[in-house]
Design a protein. Structure first.
Length: 159
């Protein structure tokens, strides 16, 4: 069993309900939900003329291999109406594999750790909330250390 961290985001429709639905659909015997961070409201990156996102990070325990996990995630995204039209554009749901144990994976269509998670406050803040001492398997830096050096990117914990 591996501990994995998934980043979830939404800015179309009822984002809170979509995030909860995604968590419910992901949770199962082979992908057990352990903990969920707070919700964070985050400024869009790239395409700025869109609603702010709601983001969270969820900690799961799984026996799925990385590619199996990716296929499961893609099915949940499709089921919740995800359409990939505009890069960094609005979406009903976006689910990324941020970390998969201490594994480093690079294949066509899958890179773990997520290639941009270190640059994104909306992934590092919830990761640091869940497990501040967790270390990136590539840089060996903790979530707290990486978060401390990020500038800009507006984010606020939803109350």
């Amino acid at each position: 069993m591996k501990v994995v961290y998934l980043g979830l985001g939404s800015n179309v429709g009822d984002s809170e309900a979509l995030l909860q639905s995604a968590l419910d659909q992901l949770n199962g015997p082979d992908l057990k939900l352990l903990r969920v961070s707070s919700l964070y409201e985050t400024e869009p990156i790239g395409l700025r003329e869109q609603r702010w996102f709601l983001n969270l990070v969820a900690e799961f325990q799984t026996e799925l291999f990385p590619k199996q996990l990716l296929l499961r995630i893609e099915k949940v995204e499709r089921d919740l109406g995800r359409k990939r039209t505009v890069r960094n554009g609005p979406r009903t749901i976006d689910i990324d594999i941020l970390l998969y144990g201490n594994s480093v994976v690079k294949t066509d269509g899958l890179e773990i750790p997520h290639p941009r998670f270190r640059e994104r406050r909306f992934t590092l803040a919830p990761l640091a909330e869940l497990k501040p001492e967790l270390r990136d398997p590539v840089t060996r830096k903790s979530m707290t250390e990486m978060l401390a050096v990020l500038k800009d990117q507006a984010i606020r914990k939803k109350t």
